[in-house]
Design a protein around this ligand. Structure first.
Ligand code: ZN
Length: 229
């Protein structure tokens, strides 16, 4: 960083209660992608001084320590709106704030248990509908306990944005024992996943990867061919 820049920076930030503390970080501002600087900031209420990362352009402040970053990520939760189709339905629950997924629960209309025979699958209602934001999908994933102890694995698993129906969970019994699931039981988890939308353009085979720098071509091996000589 040039000395002049640093001086300008101090001046610019004087009114913002931030003091330049030297050095800029390799990471960029999440808002405007400009350089982030380490700065000291004083909490006007408590008077405590702490390090923050400050953007040289938009002056947004970002947490400095890994612990603070984690805290902020967990506190800045997006809120998904959902409704219950039946009053017995349970709300999706993220047991810990760092969990990727929210637990989904079995909520049958007849309030009776269901049995899934070995090598069979069932489509289980959850009794909830969720507003899935544009640019995201809700992915239904295995719950480790359900998968490892009961050998029930999730089949169909993508809920698209604007899906307005009840969320169902498709469970396949890949084990050898009959499994029983009672109303209210945890059956799967839902993970909110950001999507890259894409279109497909057909090209000639020899054009594949032509525009990409790649020294690590994977070749034409089929599934699981990596590592075979
Ligand atoms: Zn910025």
């Amino acid at each position: 960083m040039e000395k002049e820049d640093a001086l300008n920076f101090v001046e610019l930030n004087a009114s913002l209660n931030i003091v330049f503390n030297g050095g800029y970080m390799s990471e960029k501002c999440p808002v405007c992608s400009k350089k982030l600087y380490v700065a000291k900031t004083k909490d006007t209420k408590t008077g405590n001084v702490k390090n923050v990362l400050c953007c040289s352009f938009c002056f947004n402040e970002f947490p400095y320590t890994e612990e603070e970053k984690k805290q902020e990520m967990c506190n800045n939760n997006r809120v998904l709106r959902f409704c219950k189709v039946r009053k017995e339905a349970k709300a999706p629950i993220r047991a810990h704030k760092e969990d990727a997924g929210a637990d989904l629960f079995f909520c049958p209309a007849d309030n009776k248990s269901v049995q899934i025979a070995p090598k069979h699958s069932e489509i289980l209602p959850t009794g909830i509908k969720v507003e899935i934001p544009v640019g995201y999908m809700l992915e239904i994933k295995n719950k480790s306990g359900v998968a490892s102890k009961k050998h029930l694995l999730v089949g169909a698993c993508v809920c698209d944005s604007f899906y307005s129906g009840e969320i169902f969970v498709n469970l396949n019994n890949v084990g050898y024992d009959l499994q029983t699931i009672a109303p209210g039981e945890k059956i799967a988890q839902a993970v909110l996943v950001p999507i890259e939308y894409c279109d497909f353009e057909e090209i000639q085979e020899q054009e594949l990867y032509k525009d990409m720098e790649s020294t690590n071509k994977r070749g034409e091996g089929c599934l699981g061919s990596t590592g075979n000589s």
